[in-house]
Design a binder for this molecule. Structure first.
Ligand code: 5GP
Ligand code: ZN
Length: 113
């Protein structure tokens, strides 16, 4: 989608400091980090949110979670971390392209605000 910032990052029309990339996915630091490690993992294809996933996205979603696990190891988040996908307005989603936050490096607390 032309006006989607994460599609622009996926198309390399907008810069991001990639920490992971394969055919389906990209991961890069959040521009406004909420923890010492705050990465975003996105599918390159445009899916608006978790509310739009279908059964045939299963492989993609598994790849995202395995990438989160690998990045948590790479960034040495041995004490734990959080993977979260804000979904829709009340869920706090501000970019309407599916993305998973990987947060770690501090005590994150629960429940979130
Ligand atoms: P959401 O609020 O939708 O769960 O998460 C969107 C995230 O994208 C926010 O944490 C925000 O800081 C981040 N973000 C927004 N625009 C950009 C950008 O252009 N580059 C990067 N790296 N992160 C962005
Ligand atoms: Zn998009």
């Amino acid at each position: 989608m032309a006006d989607c910032i994460f599609c622009q990052i996926a198309a390399k029309e907008m810069a991001a400091d990639l920490v992971y990339e394969d055919e389906q996915l990209m991961a890069f630091p959040d521009i406004n980090p909420q923890a010492p490690v705050h990465l975003l993992i996105i599918p390159k294809r445009h899916i608006e949110s978790l509310a739009d996933i279908q059964v045939d996205h299963g492989g993609l979603l598994a790849s995202i979670l395995l990438t989160a696990k690998a990045l948590a190891k790479k960034y040495d988040l041995t004490d734990g971390y959080r993977v979260v996908a804000n979904t829709g307005n009340a869920g706090g989603q501000t970019v309407p392209h599916l993305h998973f936050h990987l947060l770690g490096g501090r005590d994150l607390g629960w429940p979130p605000g």
